[in-house]
Design a binder for this molecule. Structure first.
Ligand code: PAF
Length: 283
């Protein structure tokens, strides 16, 4: 097992890769830190994908470009020491944790990645500019690390679809893999933001995966039934979604029947909980 290298600069990143034994492939997991079991699953999937002769790097960077709310950016949990310890336990080869000026030396960049029409829907409608910020930093980090393989959680399904779209449309030479959503014992999707929930909010938050499950089960009776089932569960918990939508698996218009995706965004206190699941409409 190699010793974990932790670097914060571009030159140090290049040097660190140069000191590692030659690898068959580079796996990279992009994160904003505050790592949890969901990230562990991504790291393990990347490691399995590149095999024993590959490298796994984790990037830790709270990307200002994807936050439309300065308070949300300031409150985003940060714990580099714990993150590095987790990466060391998981046998990660390299952590790249740059400060903002390292990635954005000129401040706000002039050239950014346009996420296209899909970037204006759902999360993109609630948080204008969010996906432009996400894709811009993802492009930069994949390029700086020279990733061959990267793994994204399905929890942020729209992000995963958009990163795949960017890799396809911009001919990025990287395989973008999705990993199933990691969940707490009561079904709540794991997220760094969950630690900002009060205990009363945490109890109510369990209604989100419950609503998702109710929607998936009701989907056999059609889209209307699925969305009504979601609404019922959320209403009983006193929650109002920012959106609860059905789409096709690629986030296009919902089909009459067959495979679809159910996506929810539900504010609980000042935390927005995102969740989604595949479902099948009709019998
Ligand atoms: O999913 C996240 O944590 C972030 O959006 C990402 C992909 C690390 C880009 O900042």
């Amino acid at each position: 097992m190699s010793v974990l290298r932790v670097v914060t600069g571009r030159a140090a990143l290049r040097d660190a890769y140069a000191t590692l034994p030659p690898a068959t492939a580079r796996g990279v997991v992009l994160t904003m830190g505050a790592l949890h079991e969901g990230h562990v699953a991504l790291i393990r999937q990347a490691a399995a994908q590149v095999g024993p002769d590959g490298h796994v790097a984790v990037t830790i960077f709270v990307n200002p470009l994807q936050f439309d709310d300065a308070d949300d950016l300031a409150r985003y949990p940060r714990d580099l020491e714990a993150d590095v310890a987790l990466c060391a336990r998981e046998g990660v080869d390299l952590v790249f944790a740059p400060p903002a000026p390292e990635l954005y030396p000129d401040g706000q960049p002039d050239v950014t990645v346009d996420p296209g029409p899909l970037g204006t829907l759902f999360e993109g409608a609630v948080r204008p500019g969010h996906f432009r910020g996400v894709l811009t930093v993802v492009h930069k980090l994949l390029s700086l690390t020279g990733a061959d393989v990267t793994v994204f959680g399905e929890k942020d399904y729209q992000q995963l679809v958009l990163v795949r779209r960017m890799a396809h449309d911009l001919d990025l030479d990287v395989a973008v893999l999705g990993a199933p959503t990691a969940r707490e014992p009561d079904g709540l999707a794991r997220s760094s933001r969950n630690r900002r929930l009060s205990s009363e909010q945490r109890t109510r938050a369990a209604a989100v995966p419950e609503a998702l499950q109710a929607g998936v089960s009701a989907a056999r009776d059609g889209a209307r039934a699925a969305l009504d089932a979601v609404q019922d569960v959320l209403e009983r918990a006193g929650l109002t979604p920012d959106y609860a939508v059905l789409t096709d698996p690629g986030l296009g218009p919902v089909p009459e029947s067959g495979p679809a995706r159910l996506l929810l965004a539900v504010p609980v206190g000042d935390v927005r909980l995102l969740d989604n699941a595949p479902c099948v409409l009709g019998d």
